[in-house]
Design a protein around this ligand. Structure first.
Ligand code: FAD
Ligand code: NAD
Length: 479
């Protein structure tokens, strides 16, 4: 690392790529006394993704669900270097990472390469468009904070444009038709939040238009939320029916146009449906840097879903120096925050064990060398030799006790908000599953997310936003 970084040549260097769920959980747990730690991410903050749909409709302030990475690292035993940059290349042979400053303002230096002993690779995934025409150009994603802010702006633009004097009825209907693509949890939660915005606020502020706003959720599979139990899928479908959210299953989006979405219906007919806005929540795929890294190990890294890891989250083919966590990996677990954060914490604990192991290996080596030297020295007393022998044995015993255990995932359940103050939950219960849905589950959803937020600061901000919306409603100003 460069001169400005806290760097101890006696210690190994860990480079962490990303500041999302996996990386943040790792940083919170990691003992930085053991290593030089460098974090590289194009976002200098952690984003609490489960509450992103709430930002998209203005229930929460964008800043309430982000946490600067430096807030997390500043409490560590030794200073961590946090670099706002995008990694562009990983060289697993020479163990280096190249990264660039891709922000608007650049200094004289905006690209550099550093070495690592261990790389924790947690760059997440990016939105999957399946190269469907028009998606990139016309649809709004729901993955990053900027996506939610953009959606809020564009949605209110549709409403205000519909309110423009002289707008024809047909055009008003188009502008107020919101199409959400993808019946996974993101699409469902977003549809629910949009419905709440409509019911709680827009009906009051735009009484002449609110009744014309339509939400259509399009899903290619036979049902929404395939990861939830059947009864909760049915409960969601019936809640959406009551909320007047149309669900089109077995329907595939074939193209997105500026003012319409092209759908392939269950009977294979193709229809063009006019709409004001398309929100794309159709899943994710690996980032280019991940594909490039995998291509450097073509015989072992062939899984199209992402990086293959062993039981210890070590990237296969990388010789034990790269740990991959979260959405960039292809494992038997779902790509969720829950999995990524458990993997991050696991790697932190394992790195601590490895540091202890390395220190003991060094100690044993040193003691063995002293023991050998004493053996050839006539002046050394028997007492001295016995003491060194005893110390060597003790270090060996401690070393033998260090066992690196494979990653074990503990599923805490699945939760999703479906609008109208209702949530659904599939919770593990006595070797089985407990499924619940409704208002009580919603209160549970709120308290679960509040307690999962990483800091007291964010908990306070989110709770305050909820109270503010209860008292004053959501803000309909368009920034
Ligand atoms: P991320 O959290 O995506 O973090 C990746 C990090 O890498 C980011 O900081 C990014 O800036 C950084 N990065 C990107 N490119 C580079 C690069 N080239 N170099 C360096 N850094 C880079 N999961 C749940 O379990 N429960 C939920 O309720 C839930 N709700 C969700 C709601 C929404 C709207 C979304 C989008 C996702 C939700 N998820 C939920 C899924 C969850 O967010 C992901 O599974 C989780 O973020 C994965 O964590 P990660 O660390 O792998 O990736
Ligand atoms: P997803 O991959 O779970 O769902 C995307 C859906 O879009 C799929 O059901 C797919 O069939 C559909 N789709 C894809 N292309 C389509 C097309 N052209 N036309 C119509 N439908 C199409 O994506 P997600 O909802 O963003 O979730 C991503 C991950 O994050 C998942 O692992 C999920 O469990 C997790 N997540 C969890 C929560 C929660 O627990 N509350 C919330 C959000 C996300």
């Amino acid at each position: 690392p460069g001169a400005q970084m806290p760097f101890d040549p006696e210690k190994k260097t860990i480079v962490v790529l990303g500041s999302g769920w996996g990386a943040t959980s790792l940083l919170s747990t990691l003992d930085t006394a053991d290593y030089n730690v460098v974090v590289i991410s194009p976002k200098n903050f952690f984003l609490f993704t489960p509450l992103l749909p709430s930002v998209a409709v203005g229930t929460l302030n964008p800043r309430s669900i982000i946490q600067p990475t430096r807030y997390i690292t500043r409490h560590k035993a030794r200073q961590v270097s946090v670099i706002e940059a995008e990694a562009t290349d990983v060289d697993p042979v020479n163990k280096t990472v190249t990264f660039i400053d891709n922000s608007d303002i650049k200094g004289a230096v905006s690209s550099t390469t550093i070495s690592y002993d261990y790389l924790v690779y947690g760059v997440g995934a990016e939105v999957q468009t399946f190269n469907i025409p028009g998606v990139k150009e016309h649809a709004c994603f729901m993955k990053e904070l900027a996506d939610a802010e953009r959606m809020q702006r564009e949605f209110m633009d549709c409403v205000e444009t519909a309110a423009f004097p002289g707008q024809e009825a047909k055009e008003i209907d188009r502008l107020l038709h919101m199409v959400v693509v993808g019946g996974g949890p993101t699409g469902v939660e977003l549809s629910g939040e949009l419905h709440d915005f409509l019911e709680d606020d827009l009906k009051m502020w735009y009484p002449e238009l609110a009744g014309k706003i339509r939400i259509t959720l399009v899903e290619a599979l036979p049902s929404v939320l395939p990861m939830f139990s059947t009864q909760l899928i049915k409960y969601t479908e019936s809640t959406f029916k009551e909320s007047k959210i149309d669900i089109l299953t077995k329907t595939m989006v074939k193209a997105v146009k500026e003012k319409a979405v092209v759908l392939q219906m269950p009977d294979k007919s193709v229809v063009e449906v006019p709409c004001g806005m398309v929100i794309w929540a159709a899943g994710n795929k690996g980032r280019k840097i991940t594909q490039d890294l995998m291509a450097k190990m073509p015989t072992v890294q062939t899984n199209r879903r992402g990086i293959e890891v062993d039981d210890f989250m070590c990237m296969k083919g990388a010789g034990g120096s790269i740990f991959a966590i979260g959405d960039c990996t292809a494992t038997s677990y779902a790509p969720t925050a829950q999995v990524a954060s458990q993997q991050g914490a696991y790697i932190a604990r394992m790195l601590h064990q490895m540091a202890k192991r390395d220190a003991l290996v060094e100690k044993v080596g040193k003691l063995e060398r002293i023991g050998a030297a004493l053996g050839t020295t006539a002046e050394a007393t028997a007492e001295e030799k016995a003491r060194i022998n005893e110390e060597t044995e003790e270090a060996r015993r401690q070393l033998a006790k260090i066992k690196l255990r494979p990653f074990h995932y503990s599923h805490q359940g699945s939760l999703a908000y479906i609008g109208s103050d209702k949530a659904i939950a599939d919770l593990p219960f006595m070797n089985g599953n407990f499924a619940s849905g409704g208002v009580a589950t919603y209160l549970f959803w709120r308290s679960a997310y509040l307690s999962t937020l990483f800091s007291l600061r964010n908990r306070t901000l989110v709770a305050t936003d909820w109270v503010k919306v209860k008292l004053f409603g959501r803000d309909v100003s368009r920034e």
